[in-house]
Design a protein around this ligand. Sequence first.
Ligand SMILES: Nc1ncnc2c1ncn2[C@@H]1O[C@H](COP(=O)(O)OP(=O)(O)OP(=O)(O)O)[C@@H](O)[C@H]1O
Ligand SMILES: [Mg+2]
Length: 258
Amino acid sequence: MSGHLSITGLAAGYRGKSVVEQFTLAPIAPGEVVALLGPNAAGKTTVLRSLAGLHKASGSVKLGKQELMHLPLADHAAYVTYMPQALPDRVGLTVLEAVMSALRASIPAGMGPDDLLVAALDVIERVGITHLAARELGQLSGGQRQLASLAQALVRRPTVLLLDEPISALDLHFQLKVMKLVREVAAQSGMIVIMVLHDLTIAARWSDRIVLLSGGKVEVEGSPAEALTAERLAQVYKVCAAVSEGEHGLQIAIHDVL
Ligand SMILES: Nc1ncnc2c1ncn2[C@@H]1O[C@H](COP(=O)(O)OP(=O)(O)OP(=O)(O)O)[C@@H](O)[C@H]1O
Ligand SMILES: [Mg+2]
């Protein structure tokens, strides 16, 4: 089952306090990579958790003709996978066991135990952590755990993948490797990706569309060049920025705080 992801009028909050209001995006096509940006507390995690069915929200989230809102969580999880901002710390489980257990939770029809192992090892290899497969999660560094967490999300091959700051703990090599992998998977499989990032230059280079969230509302949605202007960065982030067109996309240098 696939089709465009249409998010209309999403609203969510905590104990009666509204955090996200009227979150509506233009339909997202299969294979499209969307970066969700915005200051701390803008509501990015709340949006992703709402889209994943993990947080109570109102509005409509449709995949093709299928309405996802208010589906039982297990049915919702068959379409959407969420990689949380917090790092996993399930002490005692190895990376391979953790990836296999993530896959087992949504096992595709006709997949036997051997296929499961092959699929898990393949994703672990693509993420670049084969050397860590037999290591326990609790004994890994922060960045290594983040890569394991990404492998757990990717192995499920969801129709919609939601990544909450997937490269926040990674070094420069792995930041780039993960961005390339995410784009590659999206292009090959038609997976829709929505990822929260704080690095604007990386977001501009690796996503098709930028959504800038501020105070729970969509400030702007568009191509990197449309969305990330110096004026808008001043307004939303309270920073003084220089934005220029570089060899590898937009270059954004932040000079000072306002
Ligand atoms: N469990 C909670 N209970 C009450 N309020 C919450 C809860 N989680 C988040 N909030 C509030 O909701 C608002 C949005 O939080 P959210 O985590 O969605 O922000 P964010 O954009 O992901 O920020 P960050 O960049 O810091 O991760 C914040 O004001 C936050 O304090
Ligand atoms: Mg967050």
